[in-house]
Write a protein that binds this ligand. Structure first.
Ligand code: NAP
Length: 536
C-alpha cells in the first residue's frame, strides 16, 4: 500500500495503467522514472497490444521500422537491429517483448486480466478498478493505454453464430496460427488487414472468396531487407532523424516535395507518382502538399492509382470492381504486397457486397441477396470500433457516477485527447482529439507517456490530488479539432476515422491532424501550470 504525498487516502497503487502494448509499456517506464507505483492490467496473455492480437497472415507495419520504434532509450535505439524496411508482426512482437525484459517492466504487469469497471470516488480523489479476475484495487490516477484499434468490430449479421466452420477476426488471431491448406475460405473486408492477408491466404488455401463492400486504394509496400549500411546511416543521426520527423504534420517522414500537385506539368506529376509507386510505401501521399486538402490535386493521385489497378488486374470486370471511386487517403491508404495481383489467381473470387449485400451467415458459409457461398473458414477483416470502443466497452464512471459511454454518446469529447470533463485523474493515451492514428503511433504514445508522467510528478510535487479538464477548454479543443478536419478531405468519405464503419456510431472526426502543432500545444499547457485544467 502506498500513501501518496504523505497525505491523503492510502491507495494500492499510485497509478493503474490499462493495457500493455506500446503505450502501456512506455507509460510504466516513465512512471517508474518519477518514482510512483503502478500496476498494468493486460487482457492478453502476453505484452504487445496490437502486435499481440493482429497475427493474421501478412500482418506488417506500414510505417518504416527505423521510425516505428521507441526513442526513450538511446541504448535500445542503437542496440536493436530491424531486419526489414517494414517489420512483420512477429519481429515487432519480439521487439516489444525485448523492451519488457530489458527494462524489467513485467513485474508491474498482470496479464490475462481484463479491466471491467473503473469508478471515481470524488471525495477521496481516487479510482477503484475491478477486473474479470476478481481484483479490486485503488489508485490515484487511471491511465487508459487501451489502443486506438483494439476493440474488434464483427458485424452482427443474422445467423452469425450458426456457421459450422471456423470464424476468425484478423484482430484476434489465434496464437498457434491457422493452417489454410486445402481449405475453402471466405474473407469479409478489404481494409489494411484484408489487403495484407488476402495474398497470403490465397497462396495457401484451396479457394478464397473476397467479400468487398468498398474498394480501397492501396500502393505497393516496397518491403525489402534493411541493409546494415541503411540502419547505420539512421543510427548515426538518430536524435536528429527523430527530431526532423517530429516537425512534420504526421510525425513521420513522408519525404514531402512541399509543392502543389497543380503547380507542376502533367508529366512531372506522373513522374513523381511513378517514382514513389516504384519505391513503395505511404510516402506516396508525400508527393504533393495538397493531396489531402484539394479535391483536384487529390484526383490526380487517385487517377494514377486507378490506372495502376487497371493495368495489374487482368479481368476488366474485376478491375472495375476493385477500382475505388472516392478520394485517395480519405479512408486510410493501404500498402500491400501483391494485393491486386492476387485477383489474377484462378483460386480467388471477388464478390461486390455493396451491389449484392450479405443477408445472413449460414451453417455452411453465407448468403447474399442473390447467392449462397460455402466455405470451411470465414475471416472477418472488418476492422475495429476505433478510438472509442476500447474505452466505452469498460464501465468507466466519473463524477456523480456518470458513465463515459453516456458522456460520449454523441461522440467523444476531450481536452487534447488526453483528458475528458467529468473524469478527474483519468488520462487517455492517444485518445480521440489527439494526433494518434494520423501520426506515427510509437512517438505519439511516447509523447503522451512523457506528458502524463510529468503531469503526475508535478501534481505530486505540489501536493495536488486531482486534475480535471475544464468544459470551456474542452469545447474549444473539440471545436479546433473539427475546424482543422474541415480544412481537409478526410470528412468526405465513410471511414473509421469518423466512426462510420460501426452501425449507430455518431459521425465525428476523431483524430487531430497536426502532430508538431499538437506537441507544442501540450507543452504550452503544461508550462502554463496546466492551463485549461482545474487542479484540486
Ligand atoms: P478497416 O480499415 O475498417 O476495414 C474493414 C473492412 O471491412 C472494410 O473494407 C469494410 O468495408 C469492411 N466491412 C466492415 N463491416 C462490413 C459489413 N457489415 N459488411 C461488409 N463489409 C464490411 O479495418 P482494418 O483493415 O482492420 O484496418 C483498420 C486500421 O488498422 C487501418 O486503417 C490501419 O490504421 C490499421 N492497420 C494497419 C496495418 C498496417 O500497418 N499495415 C495493417 C492493418 C491495420 P467499408 O469500407 O465499406 O466500411
Amino acid at each position: 500500500m502506498t500513501n501518496e504525498n504523505g497525505k491523503g487516502t492510502a491507495t494500492d497503487f499510485d497509478v493503474v495503467v490499462v493495457g500493455a502494448g506500446f503505450a502501456g509499456l512506455v507509460m510504466l517506464y516513465r512512471l517508474r522514472q518519477i518514482g510512483v507505483t503502478a500496476r498494468a492490467y493486460e487482457t492478453g496473455n502476453g505484452v504487445g497490444g496490437t502486435w499481440f492480437w493482429n497475427r493474421y497472415p501478412g500482418a506488417r507495419c506500414d510505417v518504416e521500422s527505423m521510425e516505428y520504434s521507441y526513442q526513450f532509450s538511446p541504448e535500445l535505439q542503437q542496440e536493436w537491429n530491424w531486419t526489414e524496411r517494414y517489420s512483420a508482426q512477429p519481429e515487432i512482437l519480439r521487439y516489444i517483448n525485448h523492451v519488457a525484459d530489458r527494462f524489467d517492466l513485467r513485474r508491474d504487469i498482470q496479464l490475462s486480466t481484463r479491466v471491467t469497471t473503473a469508478t471515481y470516488d470524488e471525495g477521496n480523489a481516487l479510482w477503484t478498478v475491478e477486473t474479470d479476475r476478481g481484483d479490486r484495487v485503488t489508485a490515484r490516477f487511471l491511465v487508459m493505454a487501451t489502443g486506438c484499434l483494439s476493440a474488434a468490430n464483427t458485424p452482427n449479421f443474422p445467423g452469425r453464430d450458426s456457421f459450422a466452420g471456423r470464424s476468425l477476426h484478423t484482430g484476434a488471431w489465434p496464437q498457434e496460427g491457422v493452417d489454410f491448406t486445402g481449405k475453402r475460405v471466405g474473407i469479409i473486408g478489404t481494409g489494411s488487414s484484408g489487403i495484407q492477408s488476402i495474398p497470403v491466404i490465397a497462396d495457401e488455401c484451396a479457394h478464397l472468396t473476397v467479400f468487398q463492400r468498398t474498394p480501397n486504394f492501396s500502393v505497393p509496400a516496397g518491403n525489402r531487407p534493411l541493409t546494415v549500411a541503411e540502419r547505420d546511416r539512421v543510427k548515426a543521426v538518430y536524435p536528429e532523424f527523430r527530431a526532423a520527423n517530429s516537425l512534420t504534420p504526421f510525425g513521420v517522414n513522408f519525404d514531402s516535395t512541399g509543392i502543389s500537385a497543380l503547380a507542376v506539368s502533367d508529366d512531372a506529376r506522373v513522374n513523381e507518382y511513378e517514382e514513389r509507386w516504384e519505391k513503395g510505401g505511404l510516402r506516396f501521399l508525400g508527393a504533393f502538399v495538397d493531396l489531402m486538402f484539394d479535391r483536384d490535386a487529390n484526383a490526380t493521385a487517385a487517377e494514377f492509382v486507378r490506372d495502376k489497378i487497371r493495368s495489374i488486374v487482368k479481368d476488366p470486370e474485376v478491375a472495375a470492381m476493385l477500382t475505388p471511386k472516392d478520394v485517395i487517403g480519405c479512408k486510410r491508404l493501404c500498402s500491400d504486397t501483391g494485393y491486386f495481383e492476387a485477383f489474377n489467381r484462378p483460386n480467388v473470387k471477388l464478390v461486390d457486397v455493396a451491389a449484392d449485400p450479405i443477408v445472413e451467415i449460414t451453417k455452411d458459409g453465407l448468403r447474399t441477396q442473390t447467392r449462397a457461398f460455402e466455405f470451411d473458414t470465414l475471416v472477418y477483416a472488418t476492422g475495429f470500433d476505433a478510438m472509442t470502443g476500447a474505452l466505452t466497452r469498460i464501465d468507466i464512471r466519473g463524477k456523480g457516477g456518470a458513465k463515459l459511454a453516456d458522456a460520449w454518446s454523441a461522440g467523444p469529447r476531450t481536452y487534447l485527447g488526453v483528458a475528458t470533463v467529468g473524469f478527474p485523474n483519468l488520462f487517455l493515451v492517444t485518445g480521440p482529439g489527439s494526433p494518434s492514428v494520423l501520426s506515427n503511433m510509437v512517438p505519439s504514445v511516447e509523447q503522451h507517456a512523457q506528458w502524463i508522467s510529468s503531469c503526475i510528478r508535478d501534481l505530486r510535487d505540489r501536493g495536488t490530488r486531482s486534475i480535471e479538464a475544464q468544459p470551456d477548454a474542452q469545447d474549444s479543443w473539440v471545436g479546433h479539432v473539427n475546424e482543422v478536419a474541415g480544412t481537409t478531405l478526410y470528412p468526405q468519405c465513410n471511414s473509421w476515422y469518423l466512426g462510420s464503419n460501426v452501425p449507430g456510431k455518431p459521425r465525428v472526426f476523431m483524430p487531430y491532424l497536426g502532430y508538431a502543432t499538437y506537441v507544442e500545444k501540450c507543452n504550452e499547457v503544461a508550462a502554463n501550470g496546466y492551463e485549461g485544467f482545474t487542479l484540486g
